[in-house]
Design a protein around this ligand. Sequence first.
Ligand SMILES: [Zn+2]
Length: 98
Amino acid sequence: MAQHRIIGTRQESFGEPRVHSHVVIVATEKVAGYSKQWTITQVYNAMDQGDTFFTHGEKSQQDAAVEKYRCPLCDEKTLRSAATAVTDNNLDSLPACR
Ligand SMILES: [Zn+2]
């Protein structure tokens, strides 16, 4: 089991049922010299193995759990911050990764 700190996300736009975006890729911080980008499927598989994903706010110094989330608009699998997240550790406020 491992803990992965998410430091960036990539969101994509979806057209149905109306235009919106949700997270499709997350980037985790460097572990042993490399950083990694994960698809949602890879994150789900890792979670199923017991791995956990979280974000850390530099200002608040608080961690927030990231959890599986089905987009309520298009029903695609995505991720969101747990309800305890504060502004600077919310998944939606992380920088975009390429
Ligand atoms: Zn969606």
